[in-house]
Design a protein around this ligand. Structure first.
Ligand SMILES: [Zn+2]
Length: 453
């Protein structure tokens, strides 16, 4: 499919939740899309669209910025429901790494398409992804074809005795392949596809690899990112401390990895000095409450991180540790899990929607382009129906979106002005075909996977 931008569209009526600097919420509003960009946002009677613009009637609906999930593993979507009730290091060693090692290009395509179909259906328009070690071209191809906005990269793993043969790579090969992927894909599709170097976590990478990634990212001036996991689990933190003689975030910082183009998933176990360092450096904390609960990792101190001034975004992590890729579910959890500890006013609904829109955009370094509905920004937007029975009645839009709307209430999705979901139907993917192919690809992967059972 060729890259094309749609003609003009007027999204008319409905409540526009702009998430702009003033946090305007416009009842009976309108949004004009021309090509890949938003050209006007305002009250319906103030906004004019070019002659001949298509009209999308949004009366009774909410119009929100496309949701952004800043930590996902599309490659794991095929392994949903196959790794339940384990803690992180067992989950990786007994299930996820053997499964990932058994991937081939065809199964990667199925995993990516299954994940992208779920994301678009649920109003997620942009993601930060971490792949497995191989086949990452396939993920970019799937994003290019389906129209979602993807920043991602192959996982880098050059250390660890428990890593299966199919994943363990040499430092040189890991860096060379990552650089080649970045050269092939970063900035493609009018900037919709971008590269992130993805050292998996400190324990699966040598000092040499981590240092080299730090200098590659620091030396780049094209927005390429670094994306890793950090301080998710107490055993992981202890092993990092034993190896480096300091806390995880400090160790990563000394290796040159913690800066304003870094995204660090989880940060559950970070002390006050690590929180301050994350804030000072401008690194983004990628909060995954569902995964943190399911893997029994803990509750990330997000209010404390925000108080310190850190950038925070949210994500569902991988399907096998969640088990959905649902931004609405993740927003709800992000709000709820802090309240028993800090009281009901901790993490109010508006703050949580900020994490899933503006926070995600900032984490991706795309805050000038996405994250709010404003003239000049990319036309990544979602129209949802808040009037269905489970979220009816009520007129407090932030609370309604965060606490009661679910992914199946999303009706229309645009990315770069291109409609990807219309009336709840995917336009760039055939769901039945994706699921049929995923089933047969999974059988092939499982027949190869050495899980020791
Ligand atoms: Zn992850």
């Amino acid at each position: 499919m060729t890259e094309r931008s749609a003609g003009a569209t007027l999204v008319r009526g409905g409540t526009v939740i702009t998430m702009d600097d003033a946090r305007r919420v416009i009842p009976d509003g309108a949004v004009v899309i021309e090509g890949s960009r938003i050209t006007a946002v305002g009250r319906r009677d103030e906004v004019t669209a070019p002659a001949g613009a298509a009209v999308l009637d949004a009366r009774g609906r909410y119009v929100i910025p496309g949701l952004i999930q800043a930590h996902l593993h599309l490659c794991q979507t095929l392994f949903r429901n196959l790794a339940d009730d384990l803690e992180l290091l067992d989950w990786l060693k007994l299930r996820i790494w053997p499964f990932e090692a058994a991937h081939d290009a065809g199964s990667m395509r199925s995993a990516a398409e299954l994940g992208i179909a779920e994301l678009l259906r649920g109003g997620t328009t942009a993601l930060l992804d971490m792949g497995t070690v191989g086949h990452y071209d396939v993920v970019f191809e799937a994003a290019e074809r389906t129209g979602i906005r993807l920043t991602g990269g192959k996982a880098m793993m050059d250390l660890g005795d428990d890593v299966p043969r199919g994943l363990r790579e040499s430092t040189r090969a890991s860096v060379d392949e990552s650089v080649a992927l970045a050269q092939r894909w970063h900035g493609k599709a009018d900037g919709r596809l971008r590269y992130a170097f993805c050292p998996r976590f400190a324990l699966s990478c040598t000092d040499d690899l981590l240092r080299e990634v730090g200098s590659l990212v620091a030396g780049a001036n094209d927005g390429v990112m670094m994306h890793t996991h950090a301080s998710e689990n107490r055993t992981e933190c202890r092993l990092v401390r034993e190896r480096f003689g300091r806390e995880n975030i400090h160790a990563l910082h000394e290796l040159g990895l913690v800066g304003d183009r870094a995204g660090l998933a989880h940060c559950v176990w970070v002390d006050e000095s690590e929180r301050a360092l994350l804030a000072q450096t401008g690194a983004a904390v990628l909060h995954c409450p569902g995964s943190n609960l399911k893997l029994a990792s803990g509750i990330a101190p997000i209010p404390e991180l925000m108080e310190a001034g850190a950038t925070v975004a949210i994500g569902a992590d991988g399907a096998p540790c969640n088990n959905n890729l649902d931004a609405f579910g993740e927003m709800r959890l992000a709000a709820l899990i802090q309240k028993p500890r800090l009281g009901p006013r901790a993490m109010p609904a508006r703050t949580v929607l900020e994490l899933a829109t503006r926070g995600g955009a900032a984490a991706l370094g795309l805050d000038a382009e996405i994250g709010s509905l404003e003239a000049g920004k990319r036309a990544d937007l979602v129209v949802l129906d808040p009037g269905r029975i489970a979220s009816f009645p009520g007129d407090e839009p932030y609370g309604r979106v965060v606490y009661s709307v679910s992914a199946d209430q999303v009706e229309h999705v645009f990315v770069d002005g291109r409609p990807l979901l219309r009336d709840g139907r995917l336009l760039t993917l055939d769901e039945d075909e994706v699921m049929t192919r995923a089933g047969s690809d999974l059988a092939r992967v499982l027949s190869r996977a050495d899980t020791g059972t």
